[in-house]
Design a protein around this ligand. Structure first.
Ligand code: ATP
Length: 712
């Protein structure tokens, strides 16, 4: 038979099996629906039974309905290619691998879940270590239709007579395919080095490093799905949190887990980790020098001092009449009382009772002072009891010791004098004015870096007292919550997560590590990063904060991924040049795919930049099937978006350098690379990130040639 006929015949063979799987899926769905209906029936019956029986029947009903719903949820997930692999073993056993495990009515396996031990050989078998696999087949489907098959022979000598072998290179075919707006799962083509990381033990800290495009994000997400499948009891209840650098990024990866039937993982951007505190929207990026100040560990102390400073607008003195005498506390005396309360160190929102007691003590001292001057004595205990019950005392107390909300306290720092007090010997003059100006700027919501400070303040201030009516929060004006998470909202108990995945971890500031660490107090971790792509100026300080976040967890394992699956070799060769001297050769991955298309580096005149950008975007939109990213320095995003507003094509995206982290496009236009270099002290690394976003084609428009180090 000719190759196309063999292929068609093999596609038909697999189609037959896939049809059986879908028929069975429909049967299972019907059974689950019937079970749910029966569960509800039990509930109705229970109403007429004795109370004790009712209780046990209701329990039974709840369990039935719960299980039925869970099964339905799993069966109804939109699986893109439910069956994607097949293993033919030496003993002629055949195992189909898919996104879900399904058995037929006789309880024989129709499909084995990719995470089950029986499917491991699909990812781990090699020609050197074939694990009894003769032929590994990747089956490519669209919906329920088999489109293609692709085989890998692992034990050539053991191929039985008549076993057809079709095609070559499922991985290369997958990598060459155009990219959509959302990342896709890679279950069908996970490579051995990646599989090892995905299946690593769940406890402790698993660190994954590797250069751009090595699949770190993909691996981390598949690991989350794998861990939930294998250890659902330990991890499923309290939840898995995936933290990414930006909302654009979490949106980009948001389909991967649901496509594997996993909807119970919470995806959050760093700027979206905090719900409801003063309306944090956390999508705005500060300029690098400002973000560096906001993210440094110094801020912890600055914030603590700010919190303990006298709140603005509190009464400057206290007057209260006691038995015909006016007791007066001056501003200085009141401050002494405030300091005394704070020396106990408790969160101010938990210290109001102590504040009341200390204030009453000061009033008693004052009364004693007056009495002594008049040669009298007072009953101190009686005074404290009497004043402590007085409404005017409590009225004073609530304004003098107000409930502190993180957003409000942060805004106080727009007052330079106040900030200078809080930042004494911690912040220099320039830093103070830069920070104060940022806090005064209300033209946008909170920035990504602000959110870590808000979270710090949340903990330092302590929870506000519970009220029947929610207090009016003046900071709540810009409230868009901005979570793109697919999982449940967790407004309060942030420290409950059982597993935390941190992506692009090389960029977390120390303050962000503290914030994430609070959420992982009892969790195990998967931490993904590439030091060479880091835009954080003080890696040592960040490492210290990171180690603190991990706490005493002793089990730590580290994996390095070395193959770049994203970029063509031509594109990566260019990108690697900009970090020469900043990265060791072992820190740079190897790109496996060549396209024959070298990047198009165009010197342009500044005046022609707009026109050149439009032209390059148009060319690339015509050249590729999928997305085209136009990457610029952060402060030029609006300008460049304006240039391209005439090109109404949904595949075209303009993105700032920092926001391009973790994303990928079929083609990229990089506008003015030198802008990225000068944007921050780690500009070259940011440029490296931007240059490694394209899978197929890259055009660089540069008026200044210095972005590319000249060859030595
Ligand atoms: N085994 C694989 N099979 C198919 N595609 C893969 C495989 N591994 C990675 N990829 C693809 O390579 C691209 C890069 O993967 P990913 O974004 O996870 O890399 P990364 O290491 O996180 O990159 P970066 O550090 O640059 O953000 C993605 O399109 C991903 O789907």
């Amino acid at each position: 038979m000719s190759e196309p006929r063999v292929r068609r015949a093999e596609i038909a063979v697999e189609q037959h099996h896939v049809d059986r799987v879908y028929t069975r899926l429909a049967e299972l769905r019907t059974q689950a629906e019937a079970m749910r209906a029966k569960g509800y029936e039990i509930g109705h019956g229970a109403q007429r039974e004795a109370v004790f029986e009712q209780a046990s029947m209701l329990f039974e009903r709840d369990m039935m309905v719960f299980h039925a719903n869970q099964t339905l949820q799993t069966l109804d997930a939109e699986y893109e290619g439910l069956v994607f692999g097949r293993l033919d073993h030496t003993d002629t056993e055949t195992v189909y691998v898919g996104r879900l495990g399904i058995r037929d009515a006789e309880f024989d396996n129709l499909v084995t879940d990719w995470r089950a031990p029986a499917a491991a050989a699909f990812y781990q078998a090699t020609a050197e270590e074939p694990m009894d696999v003769v032929r590994r087949r990747v089956i490519r489907c669209s919906g329920q239709n088999v489109l293609d098959v692709d085989d890998d022979v692992l034990i050539a000598d053991a191929v039985p007579e008549g076993m057809p072998i079709v095609g070559e290179g499922a991985l290369m075919a997958a990598l060459g395919r155009s990219r959509g707006e959302k990342m896709r799962d890679i279950v069908a083509t996970i490579q051995r080095e990646q599989d090892e990381v995905i299946r690593a033990p769940w406890r402790g800290v698993t660190e994954i490093t590797g250069g751009p495009g090595t699949g770190k994000t993909a691996v981390a997400l598949h690991r989350a799905a794998y861990l939930l499948y294998r250890h659902r009891r330990q991890l499923g209840g309290a939840g898995v949190l995936v933290v990414g650098p930006s909302g654009v990024f979490t949106s980009y990866i948001s389909r991967v887990l649901p496509s594997m039937g996993e909807t119970n993982v919470e995806l959050r951007a760093l700027g979206e980790l905090l719900d409801g505190v003063g309306g944090a929207d956390g999508s705005h990026q500060d300029a690098a020098p400002l973000a560096a100040v906001k993210g440094s560990l110094r801020m912890r102390k600055v914030l603590l001092r700010a919190l303990r400073d006298t709140p603005p607008d509190v009464p400057e003195e206290m007057r209260i009449v006691y038995r015909g005498e006016v007791l007066k506390l001056s501003a200085k005396e009141l401050e002494k009382v405030r300091r005394k309360v704070h020396t106990h160190g408790g969160p101010p929102n938990r210290s109001r009772i102590r504040a009341a007691e200390t204030l009453l003590d000061a009033l008693a001292d004052k009364a004693e002072e007056y009495a002594t001057a008049d040669g009298k004595t007072i009953d101190r205990a009686e005074l404290i009891t009497d004043l402590g019950e007085r409404i005017d005392f409590h009225r004073f107390l609530v304004v003098w010791w107000p409930v502190l909300y993180p957003g409000e306290v942060l805004r106080w720092l727009s007052d330079e004098r106040r900030l200078a007090r809080a930042g004494k010997q911690l912040l220099n003059r320039d830093e103070i004015s830069m920070l104060a100006a940022s806090m005064a700027d209300r033209s946008h919501g909170w920035s990504v870096a602000d959110v870590a400070m808000l979270d710090e303040l949340r903990v330092l201030a302590g929870p506000p007292p519970k009220r029947r009516h929610r207090p009016v929060d003046l900071e709540a004006e810009p409230t868009p919550r901005g979570s793109t998470g697919t999982g449940p909202q967790r407004p309060e108990h942030y420290d409950e997560y059982s597993h935390i995945v941190v992506d692009e971890s090389q960029d977390l500031s120390p303050m962000q590590w503290r914030m994430v660490g609070r959420r992982g107090k009892y969790a195990s971790w998967t931490v993904v990063g590439d030091p060479v792509q880091s835009s954080w100026p003080d890696p040592a300080e960040a490492a210290q904060a990171r180690d603190q976040a991990f706490g005493v967890r002793t089990a730590r394992r580290r994996y390095t991924l070395r193959t770049n699956y994203r970029n063509s070799a031509e594109i990566f060769d260019l990108a690697a040049k900009v970090v020469v001297g900043q990265a060791g050769s072992d820190e740079l991955p190897k790109a496996v795919r060549t396209t024959g298309l070298t990047p198009d580096v165009r010197p342009v005149d500044v005046a022609a930049l707009e026109h050149e950008t439009q032209a390059a975007a148009k060319e690339l939109l015509a050249a590729v099937e999928g997305t085209v990213g136009v990457i610029t320095a952060m402060d030029r995003v609006d300008e460049v978006s304006g240039w391209l507003s005439g090109q109404a094509d949904e595949r075209l995206k303009v993105v700032g350098s920092l926001d391009s982290k973790g994303l990928e496009y079929d083609a990229v236009v990089l506008v003015e690379p030198m802008d990225l270099v000068t944007e921050s002290t780690t500009g070259r690394r940011v440029l490296y990130v931007a240059l490694t976003r394209a899978t197929q084609q890259l055009t660089v428009l540069a008026s200044d040639p210095d972005w590319l180090p000249s060859p030595r």
